[in-house]
Design a protein around this ligand. Structure first.
Ligand SMILES: Cc1cc2nc3c(=O)[nH]c(=O)nc-3n(C[C@H](O)[C@H](O)[C@H](O)COP(=O)(O)OP(=O)(O)OC[C@H]3O[C@@H](n4cnc5c(N)ncnc54)[C@H](O)[C@@H]3O)c2cc1C
Length: 396
């Protein structure tokens, strides 16, 4: 039976009007770091790959833009020449409590700073260079699973693919359409966060990332390319509600109580007219396979941003998935074996890190707890190193 006939007979996926159709080996939904890295690796192995991204490159994203060094070699291996880019290297961590008390600590592995505007669009360019069909400015509306071929339904085009991978980020229209449990849960401490990001110019230390805590949130600052800094915070939707839904009011009421944040917000030059925001961020557990779609990056599980390595986890997951997908497409393993092996590898690598991240985020949730934590941890640098290690991986 041809793949086309499977689709043609399915009433669910009949187009209302004539639409473009294409057949590929792998369709990837979402072109953040996880999806882009996966597309490049699979295209290099000779598979036909389409990557569908709803935005058009280059574009900004809410993210702290600190990438753990664990990803450096991998990104270079994808053909991204980081060593020639004069990017800031970040080697130290400062954490402050809402009352301004600070601890400073070297970061065992450290990281580097680069904006999502730059890295995502450069990886998209690399993907095209490697033969990936990049369909940008197009939203995937649904995926209709078929044992041999699944159909990816977008506006005006649909793709038939032997395998569909989902790297569609923290919360997408697909999570809601598929009624994924984390997207259906009532608002709680783990699922109702908002993220706000600015690019600024300021005279903060170039080799340091600071995490300044405030009531029910924390704000990170670290350097990116061209002498700019990324200033990005995470807080609860409740804080925004208490501030009459005004971001600037919320910053005055909550963030500026921390003297370090007051100083940064009062003296920095803000480079966007208004901040970039996202809402309904959830740190709840997620599945790694849904409706036959192999999930990676934030779509499979989001680590709390204070751990600073969600991007590395997404990149790493793409590296874990690639050889398994390659074997599956070569018919070396069945779909069931592919799914089981991927879930196993993903869990082995990341589930402890996610748990540690959730636990640490709880410590930073309450003003008195953060104050007490900073006072208690200050004399024990080995303990701080231990905590940092729990949330980070090794170079891959
Ligand atoms: C406030 C905050 C700060 C953070 N700071 C850091 C940090 O400093 N360092 C770090 O390593 N991590 C950080 N993270 C985490 C990091 O941003 C994510 O882990 C990372 O972006 C995950 O990459 P991804 O490829 O899975 O998803 P994303 O980068 O979110 O990409 C998903 C893509 O899918 C697209 N998409 C969604 N739905 C569809 C659809 N239906 N059709 C087509 N396209 C679709 C989106 O447009 C998007 O481009 C932070 C997160 C937050 C919330």
């Amino acid at each position: 039976m041809s793949h086309l006939s499977t689709y043609k007979n399915d009433p669910l996926v009949q187009p209302a009007v004539a639409e473009e159709e294409a057949m590929v080996d792998v369709a990837i939904i979402g072109g953040g770091l996880a999806g882009l890295a996966l597309s490049i690796q699979l295209a290099r192995l000779g598979w036909s790959v389409v990557l569908v991204e709803k935005e058009s490159y280059p574009f900004h994203k809410v993210c702290g833009e600190y990438i753990s060094m664990e990803s450096w070699d991998f990104l270079e291996g994808l053909g991204y020449p980081l060593r020639n880019m004069d990017l800031p290297r970040i080697k130290n961590l400062i954490v402050s409590a809402p009352n301004g008390k600070m601890i400073q600590h070297p970061l065992p592995l450290g990281g580097f700073g680069i904006s999502r505007y730059k890295i995502d669009s450069e990886l998209a360019r690399l993907a095209v260079e490697n033969g990936v069909q990049l369909k940008q400015g197009t939203t995937v509306r649904d995926v209709v699973y078929g044992k041999n071929v699944s159909t990816v339904v977008c506006s005006g085009v649909r793709y038939q693919a032997k395998l569909v991978c989902g790297s569609f980020g923290k919360k997408s229209n697909l999570d809601i359409k598929w009624k994924r449990p984390f997207a259906e849960q009532r608002p709680s401490k783990l699922n109702n966060w908002i993220g706000v990001k600015y690019h600024v110019r300021t005279n903060f230390l170039p080799d340091t990332i600071a995490l300044h805590n405030f009531e029910n949130g924390y704000c990170g600052i670290s350097r990116i390319e061209e002498g700019k800094y990324c200033l990005c915070y995470l807080t609860t939707a409740a804080n925004l509600l208490k501030s009459g839904h005004s971001i600037s009011r919320m910053e005055e009421i909550f963030l500026h109580r921390n003297p370090h944040l007051k100083k940064i917000f009062g003296s920095a030059e803000f480079l966007y007219r208004s901040p970039l925001t996202i809402s309904q961020i959830s740190f709840q557990q997620k599945s790694q396979v849904e409706r036959g779609v192999l999930l990676l990056g934030d779509a499979a599980g989001l680590i709390t941003p204070l751990c600073g390595n969600g991007m590395s986890m997404g990149l790493h997951a793409s590296k874990l998935a690639t050889p398994l997908i390659h074997q599956f497409l070569q018919k070396g393993i069945t779909r069931e074996q592919l799914e089981q092996a991927y879930i196993q590898e993903w869990t082995n690598r990341f589930s402890r890190r996610l748990q540690a991240g959730r636990l640490i985020q709880r410590l930073f949730g309450k003003t008195w707890m953060t104050d007490a934590f900073i006072r208690a941890a200050k004399p024990f640098p080995a303990f701080i190193s231990y905590l940092i290690k729990q949330t980070h991986g090794e170079p891959f």
